[in-house]
Design a protein around this ligand. Structure first.
Ligand code: TYD
Ligand code: MG
Length: 469
């Protein structure tokens, strides 16, 4: 039999090509094509679909019939984790947990595994650490007594055999990049290995009803090396993110077949593992520099929860021909837009200035509702007028400079009032738009709201000092 022709697979996007090139045609990355021999298993499938008869699949109704009840979700009682998974782990589902190396994925999953141990086997397969290392970590986390079974293995065939025998309820695979299938010749961590191993493990989850948690490392560029190609195979994709220097960690659902995708869970990395943060706003605002110019508080919504964060801006004359724009925690394009609107609608001349914008605490804000707070922080820094520390802001800035209403006004105001804020700057007509005004009047939060129709109104408000102290 002739040796199968080699194929080249892009390690960044998974595109397959028949000859090597320095640059991938599909994604444009350089030096990512690697030779990967076609698997023995793949060659066996060469018979045409029409030539052999298939076996008919069993058809079932969408509704549950009879009395076989659906197996319940596994609730970990780590509220921040359960929230992100949409109310617990679904039996038979596969979940990818991605994140930078060292962010705390292994720690989180060991804690999750320990919570679910007891009722059924829970197996933690480590391909990166030796058993002794995982044990050491467990004892640091105070989980030495937990009924979690450990295995240090990377060969998928062995792992599947172990799982078939043990019939676990939950399996953690740490990490998918270290697993390898002997069906393929390529090295562990290559796209084809990662894809094949993930597919096999997802199939195992569906077949056995066990929940499989896969750890995937993300590269510097934010790609899960290889595992990007895994995202569509699994039921749920969670990202664990945070700034290395900060103790906050945010677990974010980016895909979830069993729940909402915009939920976040907030954790704090402590000496004894990850601790839940039930009230993130209080934490994000805890080390605030009150009364400084360029800082203000945005009342945001993350999933179903209001979250207040501090935004910091610095506008300083630039020594460079092309002023610098640097953003942490927000979208660069969005900042450019707000700057342009400030320039055209509010008459601020920012062109010759360096602009830095920072979301404190390591949170990434994706909501357009942050526009107004960003605009206020920029104005405040540029004009050196502090935004009073007891004020929150939210609203979307349109290209014309008008402020547009955003959703969940009441939830945002309530959270702000709860945390002791006294005033809110909101888009015009926000209050009448939300809910029944009469009903609200009763449990009205003790906040003064200032409605602004456009950026000029915001500027006036800041300049006048009408916001009180
Ligand atoms: P880890 O879970 O190993 O990260 P990942 O699996 O995502 O690569 O987390 C490693 C980091 O967490 C390490 O820098 C030390 C820190 N850490 C603590 O601060 N406290 C702890 O109790 C543990 C277990 C880890
Ligand atoms: Mg790890």
């Amino acid at each position: 039999m002739a040796r199968p022709a080699p194929t080249y697979v892009c390690q960044a996007c998974g595109a397959v090509s028949s000859k090597w090139a320095g640059r991938c045609d599909a994604c444009g990355e350089w030096n990512t094509l690697e030779e990967e021999a076609a698997g023995v298993g793949e060659a066996a499938h060469k018979t045409s679909l029409a030539s052999a008869k298939g076996r008919a699949a069993k058809l079932e109704l969408v509704g549950l019939k009879g009395d076989a009840p659906e197996r319940p979700r596994a609730v970990t009682s780590i509220a921040e984790f359960d929230r992100v998974t949409g109310g617990g782990l679904v039996p038979g589902s596969a979940i990818l947990v991605g994140g930078d190396p060292g962010i705390g994925k292994s720690t989180l999953l060991l804690q999750v595994a320990a919570r679910l141990a007891g009722a059924g086997h829970v197996i933690y397969v480590s391909g990166e650490e030796a058993i002794a290392q995982v044990r050491l970590r467990a004892s640091r986390l105070g989980l030495a007594e937990a009924d979690v079974e450990l295995a240090a293995a990377t060969n998928l065939r062995d792992i599947l055999a172990t799982l078939e025998a043990a019939k676990p309820r939950l399996v953690v695979i740490d990490s998918i990049q270290t697993m390898w299938s002997d069906v393929l010749e390529s090295a562990p961590g290559t796209v084809s290995q990662v894809r094949a191993c993930a597919q096999e493990l997802v199939r195992y989850a569906k077949r056995s009803g066990a929940t499989v948690l896969l750890v995937g490392h993300v590269t510097k560029e934010g790609q899960i090396a290889g595992p990007r190609v895994v995202e569509h195979m699994v039921d749920t994709v969670l990202y664990f993110e945070g700034e290395r220097g900060h103790q906050f960690r945010i677990l974010r659902a980016v895909k979830n077949r069993f729940g909402p995708t915009d939920e976040i869970g907030v954790f704090e990395m402590t000496g004894a593992g990850l601790a839940e943060v039930a009230n993130p706003s209080a934490l994000f605002l805890s080390s605030r520099d009150e009364g400084a110019s360029g800082s203000c508080v945005f009342a945001g919504i993350e999933g179903t929860r209001p979250v207040l964060v501090e935004l910091q801006a610095l506008v300083a004359p630039s020594p460079l021909g092309t002023p610098r724009r640097a953003v942490v925690g927000w979208d660069t394009g969005r900042l450019a837009m707000v700057l342009a609107v400030l320039e055209t609608s509010a008459g601020l001349s920012l062109a010759g200035n360096d602009v830095y914008l920072n979301v404190a605490g390591g949170l990434r804000v994706g909501e357009p509702a942050a526009d107004l707070a960003v605009a206020a922080a920029l104005m405040s820094s540029h004009l050196n007028i502090p935004v009073p520390p007891h004020v929150v802001l939210f609203g979307e800035v349109a290209l014309s400079g008008t402020i547009r209403r955003v959703t969940q006004t009441d939830a945002r105001l309530k959270e702000a009032a709860k945390l002791g804020f006294k005033a809110a700057i909101v888009p015009a007509r926000s209050r009448e738009a939300e809910g029944d005004a009469k009903k609200r009047a009763k449990d009205e939060p003790a906040l003064t709201t200032y409605e602004v129709a456009d950026l000029n109104a915001l500027l006036e408000l800041l300049k006048e000092g009408a916001l009180g102290a």
